[in-house]
Design a protein. Structure first.
Length: 323
């Protein structure tokens, strides 16, 4: 079995930052990139709020730069996911704390593990989303927007992601509907302003999607306009693409038997440190969580990067026996 001092799962800002710090600390970290190498920022366009980039930076580019930086200090970055995770505290023959299996079958014994698995896009849960997946239904505007040039699309959601996606699509598509369930947007003021100013974005406030229709792909959506129980109105819109931007759920499934999570699946850590708690509320020595998998509040790249840094420092101190 392969033995590593520090295993990092995930390759978003948290995972790569942890890898940079852990490799500079001489921990020779092994990082598994996961299903979406580079994480959520690879599905965005410009990142305008990461300090140090006055003109903004392309999300993909930023993640490639972080990867490059981690490689420069000797991180062992591998493709693929970890498919099994367990504690070894009941097996005295093993010296590491954790046993992990990669999807290619590689078995690893790790003394410390940093969980940086991020979060994945949510869907509404409609049967039609499954039916038309890849045929007009998508949760990544920057991945698939290109296919909707001069067409009509809808984006669901009222947060920053929805506004960003609507704006991105407005430069490609003929028309963009923004379907918002509340009578207002939740997005930051600057994003709201840009959406309000875009001539080809029509905001449908207080609308919910109840189904999609079309022969060989999405041709339209059935919506309900609802102010209250007494005031409901069915509306159909003709669209070629249906984009979800209603938030994300944490990728914590692999760890759920071992670690404590909140009601939404976010991994629980100490309030001021990234040390993961077990179901009784005790710290699991050597196990850390960083980034969106543990952050239901801020969900920002800069916050994820900072928590990846903290996790690597904790791992280093744990291995040095100082904590
Ligand atoms: P948010 O949780 O902020 O917003 C989700 C949106 O989807 C809300 O408008 C919510 O409605 C709506 N929604 C949720 N579930 C449903 C549903 N079942 N049906 C219809 N609508 C639904 O997620 P985001 O992904 O937009 O943003 C996450 C974080 O990332 C935020 O902190 C945001 O600021 C940040 N971000 C920053 C960016 C930037 O600065 N460039 C870009 C993108 C994200 P409701 O309001 O009614 O709950």
């Amino acid at each position: 079995m392969e033995q590593v001092k520090c295993l990092i799962i995930g390759s978003g800002p948290a995972g790569y930052t942890a890898a940079i710090y852990a490799s500079r600390a001489g921990l020779k970290p092994v990082l598994y990139s996961g299903l979406q190498p580079g994480g959520q920022l690879t599905t965005t366009t410009e990142v305008e709020n990461f300090p140090g980039y006055p003109q903004g930076v392309d999300g993909n580019q930023m993640m490639m730069d972080l990867r490059e930086q981690a490689l420069r200090f000797g991180s062992d970055i591998r493709d693929g996911s970890i498919s099994r995770f367990s504690l070894t505290q009941n097996n005295p023959e093993l010296s590491g704390n954790f046993i992990l299996t990669a999807e290619n079958g590689t078995e690893i014994e790790a003394q410390t593990v940093i969980i940086a698995t991020g979060a994945s896009a949510k869907y509404l849960g409609l049967a039609d989303e499954e039916k038309y997946r890849g045929m007009g239904v998508c949760a990544c505007a920057t991945c698939d927007g290109f296919f909707y040039r001069k067409r009509t699309v809808a984006v669901v959601g009222g947060g920053d992601t929805a506004c960003e996606d609507a704006l991105y699509l407005s430069h490609l598509a003929k028309k963009v509907y923004l379907i918002v369930r509340k009578p207002y947007l939740r997005a930051s003021k600057v994003m709201q302003q840009r959406v309000f100013e875009a001539e080809n974005i029509e905001i449908l406030f207080e609308h919910n999607t109840i189904g999609l229709f079309g022969e060989d792909g999405v041709e339209g959506a059935h919506l309900v306009k609802r102010k209250d129980e007494a005031d409901e109105q069915m509306v159909d819109i003709a669209i070629d693409g249906f984009f979800l931007a209603i938030g994300h759920h944490p990728n914590s499934e692999l760890f759920k038997d071992v670690v404590a999570t909140d009601d939404n699946g976010f991994i629980k850590t100490l309030a001021d440190r990234p040390c993961v708690l077990d179901k009784e509320g005790n710290v699991i020595p050597g196990l850390y969580a960083a980034g969106d998998v543990t952050d239901p509040v801020y969900r920002q790249a800069i916050v994820a990067a900072a928590s990846g840094c903290k996790a690597a420092i904790e791992a280093e101190r744990h291995l040095a026996g100082t904590m």
